[in-house]
Design a protein around this ligand. Structure first.
Ligand code: ADP
Ligand code: MG
Length: 250
């Protein structure tokens, strides 16, 4: 199994935000999680990425139990994520945000940095090259040297993708990547997700824009009040009675 959750549960006091969810992500595909506000979608991501630790249940990744690992260790294993809101350093350039924001790992020590040794300069160049490579992938080379505060909302969404891609992940979890942008820009981001999948990067996104999901996702899970109420292809989901009821409040 590539990435799977077993009976994954998170309680906040008396509230069960994620309730015994069994889910497996399909490798190399575009997976989606949908559901009404407060359904537990972001919490589910937080449990996988180690941001929150589950109350019970497990997360398995390449058959390894990663349930108790801290976020940085999970990221190192190849699991990247974006957050619902990305806070960029607006007074820094886009490329510096990618370098610093994702703390691209270097082998340099503080001593190297102070003395600006050859090794430090080499590492710095490597980070810069990597950042440029991911900025090119997401279509942002032309704004690399602009201040992050000066770019458009849609470009900021792309920076969030670049941050996630900078660690060469095997799978990326995207929390509402297209929130707050127009249909044309949403189309552009959908293309970018297809490009990621074509590159062999497994995608799992949370999204409200149903039209986008139905076109884009290979595999969909529906959460409602923390529980998985349906799973399948777009066609299967669209005709599922429990899903229709959850969305229409019936
Ligand atoms: P979604 O992303 O589907 O909109 P969330 O996962 O953000 O939903 O939230 C699911 C439920 O858990 C909500 O009722 C929310 O208020 C609650 N919740 C989320 N995070 C916390 C937290 N850190 N502490 C307490 N309750 C939380
Ligand atoms: Mg959310």
């Amino acid at each position: 199994m590539f990435l799977e959750t077993k009976q994954l549960t998170k309680q906040f006091g008396g509230l069960v935000a994620v309730n015994q969810v069994d889910f497996s992500i399909e490798k190399g595909k575009i997976n989606a999680i949908i559901g009404p506000n407060g359904a537990g979608k972001s919490t589910f991501f937080n449990l996988i990425s180690g941001t929150h630790s589950p109350s019970s249940g497990q997360v398995l990744y390449n058959d390894k139990d990663i349930t108790k690992l801290p976020p940085n260790k999970i990221a190192e294993l190849g699991v990247a994520r974006t957050f619902q809101t990305t806070n960029l350093f607006e007074q820094s350039t886009v490329i510096d945000n990618v370098i610093v924001g994702h703390r691209l790992r270097t082998n340099s020590t503080l001593f190297d940095a102070i003395l600006r040794t050859k090794r430090y300069k080499r590492e710095e160049q490597r980070c810069r090259d990597k950042a440029m490579e991911v900025l090119e992938f997401v279509g942002l080379t032309q704004v690399a040297d602009q201040l992050a505060g000066s770019i458009t909302q849609e470009e900021k969404k792309r920076v969030a993708f670049a941050l996630a891609l900078a660690t060469d992940p095997e799978v990326v979890f995207l929390d509402e990547p297209a929130a707050g942008i127009n249909p044309e820009e949403t189309e552009g981001l959908a293309e970018l997700m297809n490009k990621m999948a074509a590159r062999g990067i497994t995608v799992c996104l949370i999204e409200h824009k149903m039209k986008m999901i139905m076109k884009l996702a290979d595999h969909i899970m529906v959460l409602n009040y923390g529980e998985k109420i349906a799973e399948g292809t777009a066609e299967e989901i669209m005709s599922n009675q429990a899903v229709i009821e959850a969305y229409l409040g019936g």
